[in-house]
Design a protein around this ligand. Structure first.
Ligand code: SF4
Ligand code: SF4
Length: 249
């Protein structure tokens, strides 16, 4: 029987007999490739519940492993190792160690949502990818991803002023992540904006970047939003880290 999705099998688990004859038939090399059997004893039985407790992961239990998400995935088309179906399988089975082996890949979902439209079970695989990346951060397996850094910068600007000014969000994001403001693609984009946008609009953007306008009467809304976000973050930490999160607070 052919081995489907052989890329998912770790090379160290594949065994090939260079010389093997069975009932007089030479099955050496490729013909005698086997998958090493293994015993898994370190399940995280709560793994699915931990992911389901984070925003986006709620419907993971609905997955029936049809593979439509992976087949339609933008990133999978470029890198076959990026495989949402496989990660959902690992989560549902509780294979935490196996999942963590792909920690440097999972965050690279580009949120195009093609998988969301392809999924026949309304699992929202894009949300599951987000929840899984968030889980990896909360568990300390990965540092904050660039996506999380961007979200935090975006939110902090809303909290402060009740408004969003794209230029300031980008500047704040680059500062947080230690990146130069003068990246070739950004310089090219700004040049195009200067050539293509009306002068009045450009002046408005420039003034907003310098003077940080605020939404009138924002104070009360700000307090309510900050309280809600803090509650949600505490809830997420508690769902993933349990009693250790409570103790740390
Ligand atoms: S949202 Fe992410 S997982 Fe879904 S198709 Fe796009 S890149 Fe792939
Ligand atoms: S498309 Fe939906 S049901 Fe199918 S494997 Fe992906 S998440 Fe599961």
């Amino acid at each position: 029987m052919p081995i489907h999705e052989q890329s998912l099998i770790r090379p160290e688990n594949l065994k090939t007999n260079e010389e093997m004859v069975i009932d007089g038939v030479d099955v050496s090399g490729h013909w005698s490739t086997f998958i090493e059997s293994r015993v898994v004893s370190d399940y995280n039985e709560a793994l699915q519940d931990e992911i389901a407790a984070l925003p986006g992961g709620e419907n993971i239990h609905r997955c029936w492993q049809c593979g439509s998400c992976t087949n339609s995935c933008t990133v999978n088309a470029l890198d076959p190792e990026f495989n949402p179906r496989h990660w959902i399988y690992l989560i549902r089975m509780g294979f935490e160690d196996e999942l963590v082996r792909d920690k440097d890949l999972i965050w690279s979902c580009v949120s195009c949502n093609k998988c969301t439209y392809a999924c026949p079970r309304d699992v929202f695989p894009e949300g599951v990818m987000k929840a899984t990346a968030h889980w990896l951060e909360l568990k300390g397996y990965t540092p904050k991803s660039l996506s999380t850094e961007f979200d935090e910068e975006f939110s902090s600007q809303v909290f402060r002023t009740g408004k969003i000014e794209d230029g300031r969000v980008m500047m704040g994001f680059f500062k947080r992540t230690g990146q130069s403001l003068f990246q070739p693609w950004l310089v090219a984009m700004v040049k195009r904006m200067f050539r293509g946008l009306p002068l009045g609009w450009l002046m408005k953007m420039g003034l907003a970047t310098v003077f940080h306008p605020r939404t009138r009467g924002w104070g009360r809304a700000r307090a309510a939003i900050e309280e809600y976000v803090a509650e949600q973050e505490a809830k997420n930490r508690a769902a993933v880290l349990g009693s250790s999160a409570d103790a740390a607070e």
